[in-house]
Design a binder for this molecule. Structure first.
Ligand SMILES: [Zn+2]
Length: 125
């Protein structure tokens, strides 16, 4: 896919193309990791875990740091000038859901979750 197209060359902007390439690359990487987790033999899986887990945890840390609450208690990444987003935002809630709540045990059905459980992640605007 050519990345040097200019907006004037067609209907698709460079930003849109780069966005598609980026999303596609990330999804493909996640697919590879899922495939490895499901099918790799134990030595390969250990090797992948040692190399990939630190990358994944560092990625989560970087992402979560960007979504830490500011001095007003809002997420600076998810807030707009006119529409503040209270922290914890959907990124933090998603992290909690995936890394803490769903990490060790199968997730209970939605109606069985305790009332104090975090709200489901809202779609990112
Ligand atoms: Zn946020």
């Amino acid at each position: 896919m050519p990345l040097c197209r200019r907006e004037s060359d067609g209907d698709v902007s460079v930003d849109e193309i780069l966005g598609q390439v980026l999303r596609s690359a990330v999804r493909e990487r996640l697919d590879v990791l899922t495939e490895l987790a499901n099918r790799a033999d134990a030595p390969s899986l250990l090797s992948v875990a040692r190399s990939e887990l630190p990358r994944l945890t560092e990625g989560w840390r970087t992402l979560l740091t960007a979504h830490d609450a500011d001095e007003k208690g809002n997420c600076p990444e998810c807030s707009s000038r006119w529409r503040p987003q209270k922290a914890p935002c959907s990124v933090w809630r998603t992290a909690y859901e995936h890394l803490v709540a769903g990490a060790l045990a199968p997730r209970p059905a939605r109606h069985q979750r305790p009332a104090h459980a975090l709200r489901p992640a809202a779609p990112v605007p």
